[in-house]
Design a protein around this ligand. Sequence first.
Ligand SMILES: [Zn+2]
Length: 282
Amino acid sequence: MGQMIVDCHTHLWKAEHWSEQMTKEAEIARGGPADVNVHEEDHWKAMQAVDRAIVLGFRASHVGLVVPNQVIAAYVAQHPEKLIGFASVDPHEPDYLDELHRCFEQWRFKGLKLAPIYQNYHPMDERMQPVYAYCEKHNIPIMFHQGTTFPRLAPLKYASPALLEDVAMRYPELRMVIAHLGHPWIDETIVLIRKQPNVYSDISALFYRPWQFYNGLVSAVEYGAAHKLLLGSDYPFTTPGETIVRLRNVNDTAGNSGLPRIPSDTIEALIERDTLGLLRLS
Ligand SMILES: [Zn+2]
C-alpha cells in the first residue's frame, strides 16, 4: 500500500448535544454561526480528501456539550473501512468506567478523546488513573484537548500541555496526541513531544491564525520534533482538503522577508504521516 493520508481530528455532533450557553459562547468565539449541527453526509463528503479519518466523541457536562458515544459508533459503522471512532468518557458521570468498558468491549471504539479543560479535572486526577491504565493495557490511544478553549467555565489551570508529562511518565506505553499543538502553549507542546516518545500532536484548527501556525511549524522544525506532528482538520470548523492546501502554503507568511521556511519535504511528510502505525491503529 502507498502512502496514506489520515485526518486524525474530526467531529460529529448535533445541535441538541450543545447547551444554549455553550452554543452562544461558540458563536461569540467564532464571530458568527457555529457549526453545532454536523450532517453525516457532509462529514463524509469532506473526508473524500483523505484516506482515513478519526471521528471524535465529546462528553463534557461541565461546559454543556455531551455527544452520546453511540452517535459516533453508528456513523463510523456506516464506513468501517475508512472511519475510526474515538469515544469519550467524563469522570463527572457516575458510570464513566462502565461507559469506558462498553465503548471498547461492545461498541468497538479504537481510541479515546479526553478534554480536561472542558471536563474540569486535572490530567492526573485520581479518577482518571483507571482510564489511563485501561488504555495503556489495551493499546488504546488517547487524544487530549490540552490547550485553551472559549467557554468561560473551562478552567485554564487544567489546560497546560506540560501537565501531560506526569501521565506520560506513569504510563510510558500509552499513545497520546495533544490536539491543536496545545495552542497557545505551542512551544510547551513541542518540547514535551520531543522528549516523550509516545506523545504526538496534531496541527488541526491552527491555519486560520497564520502567524501562530507558521511559528509553530518553525519551532517544531528547529527542535527536531516535526516528525511527531500529525495531520488533522478539526472538521466541521475546517476541512482536511483546506488544511492540506494551507499547510502547503504556510511559507506565504514569511514571503520574501528572509524568515525561515518550512522545508517542503517536512510538509509532505506531515501530510503522509503514518498516523495509524504510530498510534497502533493499523
Ligand atoms: Zn476539535
